[in-house]
Design a protein around this ligand. Structure first.
Ligand code: SF4
Ligand code: SF4
Length: 403
């Protein structure tokens, strides 16, 4: 396929956290807030005057220092973030909102908070609790947390307006981004998609890594370009299976590329830093305060395994089954960051339930943060693709063997 005109530009933005657009937004006076988790509604950080930067540690090599402080038995994503923090990689931020959603991330942010004592004047670190159930009490709890610990804190620290009007502007910008990403993402449902999973992962990830208003123009140009893009005719030779990729944080499109290089086209992305369901637009009404509505959207849509009530657990399986059908996949890849407790349980459950109860072929993998284990991943994916092909040739129905 012809290269997307702005792909290289977007790829470059992902090579560092303090990228050109982050610097541009800060130079006009906006405050950059480092965030780490999708249990807090991302839209609230887009009130005029601030913008969110999801923490990442691109081009991570050694995580020895992170491991020294957090031990080698903790999540590598957290250790990589701490390592980057120790290197001074987050000093450019104006503050960090840490989520006590997972204790390992809370530990990571507490360590970064100690470092931040020496950062810029006004640099702050705020910890926020999030709910574990998907009911109305959870919505109210999250709303209180977001008001007291985030919005009030932003006003106190930077004097930004966090009224309903400001929140409506934030939701409008958030929705504009969601609409363009959804429009592009829908091409992945085509029989012969005009965009690869890697390209789409780059386009989605920049929306978490950059101030949204500065991205819109080039994203919209890309959506326009895709309207007439002609897909490769030999698509089925290159990609012998279509998969949903689900699981914990993937903040490096190279992970998606490694799967695609092994023959499985990633047509749906249900992981943190992916588009499903993070890029579903927020619908507001005039009957209720805006923050409660935003929080309800997050609680209802969030697919994080930290939600432990039966209804949410069941809903997560149904969600994956639904998108697997909608994007016409042949199988589901469930990945988990090494030493992540939540996804450890979820991955184990998914690999049985999605196969035995829903009939999907499932590949279940754990992974390091950096791409050093890509060789092993390719081997596993190749074997998975071959098993799907064999089943198709044999025309077998019924239960699939675990890979
Ligand atoms: S998996 Fe859950 S706890 Fe971890 S970043 Fe995603 S939403 Fe947050
Ligand atoms: S991968 Fe798991 S342990 Fe690591 S930050 Fe995310 S939820 Fe926490």
């Amino acid at each position: 396929m012809k290269d997307l005109k702005h792909l290289y530009y977007f790829e470059n933005l992902l090579t560092e956290v303090n990228n050109d657009l982050v610097r541009e937004a800060r130079s006009r006076g906006d405050k950059a807030i480092g965030v780490t988790c999708f249990q807090i509604p991302e839209a609230i950080y887009s009130v005029p005057g601030v913008f969110p930067v999801f923490l990442r540690a691109p081009r991570t090599g050694s995580i020895d220092m992170g491991s020294y402080y957090m031990t080698s038995m903790t999540c590598e994503f957290c250790r990589a973030l701490l390592e980057r923090g120790l290197e001074g990689g987050y000093q450019f931020l104006d503050g960090i909102i840490g989520t006590a959603a997972c204790s390992q991330m809370a530990d990571c942010i507490e360590n970064i908070e100690k470092l931040a004592e020496n950062y810029n004047d006004g640099y702050f670190v705020q910890h926020v609790d999030t709910p574990m159930k998907g009911d109305e009490n959870a919505v109210q709890h999250l709303t209180r947390m977001c008001r007291k610990r985030i919005l009030d804190r932003l006003t106190e620290q930077f004097g930004v307006d966090t009224s309903d009007d400001a929140l409506k502007k934030a939701v409008a910008l958030h929705n504009e981004i969601c609409d363009v990403i959804t429009e592009i993402g829908n091409y992945r449902k085509e029989e012969n998609p005009r965009i690869t999973g890697y390209e789409f992962a780059v386009l989605t990830l920049v929306t978490f890594a950059c101030p949204k208003d500065l991205l819109l123009e080039k994203l919209k140009e890309t959506a326009e370009e895709l309207k007439t893009r002609v897909p490769d005719a030999d698509y089925k030779k290159k990609y012998r299976a279509r998969v949903v990729l689900a699981g914990s944080e993937i903040d490096d499109p190279e992970y998606v590329k490694a799967i695609e290089d092994a023959g499985a086209l990633v047509v749906a992305d249900r992981y943190c830093y992916g588009s499903l369901p993070e890029r579903d637009r927020i619908e507001l009404n005039d009957k209720e305060d805006v923050l409660t509505q935003i929080c309800r959207h997050t609680v209802k849509k969030c697919q994080c395994p930290r939600y432990m009530d039966t209804a949410k657990i069941q809903e997560r399986k149904e969600y994956l089954d639904r998108i697997a059908k909608e994007y016409h996949v042949d199988g589901i890849v469930v990945e988990q960051m090494k030493f992540c407790n939540f996804w450890g349980y979820e991955r184990m459950a998914d690999s049985h339930i999605l196969r035995d109860q829903y009939g999907w072929p499932v590949l279940s993998v754990d992974r390091p943060y950096s791409m050093s284990g890509a060789g092993q991943l390719r081997t596993r994916v190749q074997a998975f693709v071959e098993s799907i092909e064999i089943k198709k040739i044999q025309g077998e129905s019924g239960k699939w063997e675990k890979q």
